[in-house]
Design a protein around this ligand. Structure first.
Ligand SMILES: [Zn+2]
Length: 106
C-alpha cells in the first residue's frame, strides 16, 4: 500500500504542482478502507471535490479546471501527500506502543 501511495504522489508531481500544493486548504478529508487492498479518499481541497483511489485501482480525480484540462492538479497532489503522511503517522503510532517501566533498574 505504501508503494501505491508513492505511485499516486509521483503520478501527479510536477515542478509547478510541488511549488503550489502548500497553498491548498483541505477542508474535508475522509479516508476509507474499502477493502484491505483499496483506500478511497474523498476531500474538499480549496472547495474542489477531490477523490483518490489507491490500491488495486490507483488514480485521482478533481472537479477543478486544471484537472479538466491537464489531467493533473495541485489538489490531487495535496490530498495524496496528506494520505502519505497519515499512513506514516499510523505506522509510527503502532511502533511506539508504551513500554513497561523498569522499576528494578533504579
Ligand atoms: Zn484540482
Amino acid at each position: 500500500m505504501k508503494e501505491k501511495i508513492e505511485t499516486i504522489v509521483k503520478k501527479y508531481e510536477t515542478d509547478h504542482i510541488v511549488k503550489k500544493y502548500k497553498d491548498v486548504d483541505i477542508s474535508l478529508y475522509l479516508e476509507r478502507k474499502e477493502s484491505p487492498l483499496q483506500i478511497v479518499v474523498v476531500a474538499d481541497a480549496n472547495e474542489y471535490r477531490t477523490i483518490l483511489y489507491v490500491g488495486k485501482v490507483t488514480f485521482g480525480t478533481c472537479a477543478c479546471t486544471g484537472f479538466y484540462i491537464y489531467g493533473r492538479c495541485k489538489h490531487i497532489y495535496a490530498v495524496a501527500v496528506k494520505l502519505q503522511n497519515s499512513q506514516i503517522n499510523k505506522r509510527t503510532e503502532a511502533n511506539h506502543s508504551p513500554r513497561p517501566t523498569h522499576k528494578d533498574s533504579m
